[in-house]
Design a protein around this ligand. Structure first.
Ligand code: GLN
Length: 184
């Protein structure tokens, strides 16, 4: 299994480290051709306006649209995938929508199907405003969705690569395994 991490900007190193810790081959992706042969892709957190600009500049926006494997988007990566950006996930999110005082915080999250809470690190996080009918909520914080799945897309408004807890990445890898069986 080979997973790419979009490395134009933001927290890509932490995602690569998490994947390697899980024994998975991880590569940094900076050019469209580097998406060829990948089983999955991670779009990390960072700054979504910079992200969108750089992706367009390098042709990565179209390349990500053409990519057919599972994608994990975290924080800015979630913003980039929503209806108002790449339009790949049926969600609308508001950027930096937590109040100034709590712009960044940590919280225990309830993870669907798991009795152990998940530590969520939120850094100027997006807040989900609208959820399409096919989107499944996998974790919430104070009644609001923070981890969601839409088909082959998994998106988190927090930073699972910073909490030293591999469960979100493991769920993503399960998705990658499921999809590759379907395709086989
Ligand atoms: N606030 C950033 C944005 O709007 C996202 C923050 C993050 O990825 N940590 O793009």
């Amino acid at each position: 299994m080979k997973i790419g991490v979009l490395a134009v900007q933001g927290n890509f190193r932490e995602h690569v480290a998490m994947l390697r810790q899980l024994g998975v081959e991880a590569v940094e992706v900076r050019k469209p051709g580097e998406l060829d042969g990948l089983d999955g892709l991670i779009i990390p957190g960072g700054e979504s306006t910079t992200f969108t600009r750089l992706m367009r500049l390098y042709g990565l926006d179209e390349a990500v649209r053409r990519f057919t494997g599972p994608v994990l988007g975290t924080c800015a990566g979630m913003i980039v995938l929503d209806r108002e950006h790449l339009g790949l996930v049926d969600l609308v999110v508001d950027r930096n929508a937590y109040g100034r005082q709590v712009a960044s915080f940590e919280a225990d999250l309830l993870l669907e199907g798991d009795p152990l809470p998940l530590r969520g690190v939120f850094i100027r996080a997006p807040r989900v405003r609208e959820v399409g009918p096919e989107v499944e909520v996998l974790a919430e914080h104070e009644g609001e969705p923070v981890l969601l799945r839409h088909g082959r897309f998994l998106v988190a408004s927090f930073h699972p690569e910073l909490a030293n807890d591999p469960r979100v990445h493991e769920r993503f890898l399960d998705l990658v395994r499921e999809e590759s069986h379907v395709g086989a």
